[in-house]
Design a protein around this ligand. Structure first.
Ligand code: 2U9
Length: 340
């Protein structure tokens, strides 16, 4: 049997393939189930125990040799491009596409940057909230429409748990654990049970601000919001405040900025009013301060809130809210910028 194996080794070593068909012929002849090597392994069963070791080793050797030969002859017939592939390290690399920040992130960072110059820090909190932090601590009456299933996403199993409808809930948490002075921003995603359209979405982003200290006045708020508006929309920007109502602030206001497109003369963006609504604001209702354990004799505060997509829409003149959530690369690529 040793002779047979040695002859087979010679045969395999001297095999040369001149076509792809020869490769398959080689495989069948030597390495298939009924091939020569397989047959020898069958014969191996009847080899005497003394010879088992030496013949076994030889058989494994011939099998490995045949496998290596098969790889070798396969290589000869590989497509030319593989065979001749050589890497030229001097060539420039493949360009890597540069990503872009989402416009909502750009504007959020800009808002944070502006208010941080006035001493505001950033606070974050959970998107899944409880009724207390989202509504009750913010002075929402028991029967307020925002508490309705039509307006808020409640967790079915427990109506005390909901998706936050504003980031004011984060600021309630800050007030509960921190004593004034408090000067903080809470940017983040909020959720409202709205039908999706160009003007409404069930998810959007807010930045809310809260400043609580001794002697904080409405005038302080107006000056801070004016500073923000000029920094965000340009040095010619004017502001105006209109009276409004929110459960969590008293008095409350809505702030408009002068329309930068028509410089206040009137155009279709500002619906010929010369003004664009940008945010809500007001002095924090003393009930809210009390609910959060803050001394209302000593402290007052102001708060404001704005929708980031709304600021984006005015800044970039995008008039369909849905574009901010679709992540269409053709839309996002238009915001490649070096801005933070
Ligand atoms: C605490 C107390 C009061 C935050 C405020 C608004 C007015 C406001 C809206 C703007 C557009 C929400 O995104 S929007 O729909 N926000 O008008 N937000 S005052 O007031 C607070 C916040 C925290 C503890």
């Amino acid at each position: 049997m040793l002779d047979q194996i040695n002859n087979l080794i010679k045969e395999i070593m001297s095999f040369s393939a001149s076509s792809v068909a020869d490769i398959e012929e080689f495989r069948i002849k030597y390495l298939s189930k009924r091939g020569k090597i397989s047959n020898l392994f069958d014969d191996f069963r009847s080899v005497s125990p003394e010879q088992k070791k030496i013949i076994g080793e030889k058989l494994n050797e011939v099998k490995k040799l045949a496998q290596a030969k098969l790889v070798e002859i396969n290589r000869l017939f590989e497509p030319k491009s593989y065979k001749t592939l050589e890497i030229d390290y001097t060539l420039p690399g493949d360009p890597m596409p540069v990503g872009s920040r989402h416009p909502v992130s750009i504007v959020r960072n800009e808002i944070i940057d502006i208010f941080s110059r006035l001493g505001f820090t950033v606070s974050e909190g959970p998107e899944i909230e409880d009724d207390w932090h989202n509504f009750s601590a913010l002075n929402f009456p028991e029967a307020h429409p925002a508490r309705d299933m039509q307006d808020t996403f409640f967790i079915r199993k427990d109506p005390d748990i909901l998706l936050r409808t504003h980031t004011s809930s984060v600021q309630v948490r800050v007030m509960e654990r921190q004593k004034p002075p408090i000067r903080t921003l809470s940017p983040g995603r909020v959720f409202r049970n709205e039908a999706i359209s160009a003007r409404h979405h069930c998810i959007f982003h807010q930045v809310e601000g809260l400043y609580i200290d001794e002697n904080v006045s409405f005038a302080d708020m107006k000056q801070a919001l004016f500073y923000f508006s000029v920094e965000m929309f340009g040095s010619d920007t004017k502001i105006r405040l209109r009276p409004s109502f929110f459960p969590f602030t008293e008095p409350s206001g809505e702030m408009d900025i002068s329309c930068s497109l028509c410089s206040g003369r009137g155009c279709n963006v500002c619906k010929n009013t010369g003004w664009l609504e940008i945010m809500g604001c007001g002095m924090v209702d003393p009930n809210v301060l009390e609910f959060c354990g803050i001394d209302t004799v000593k402290y007052t505060g102001y708060a404001f809130g704005m929708g980031i997509e709304r600021v984006c829409m005015l800044k970039y003149r995008v008039n369909d809210l849905r574009l901010y959530f679709e992540n269409d690369k053709r839309f996002l690529d238009q915001f490649i910028t070096s801005v933070i």
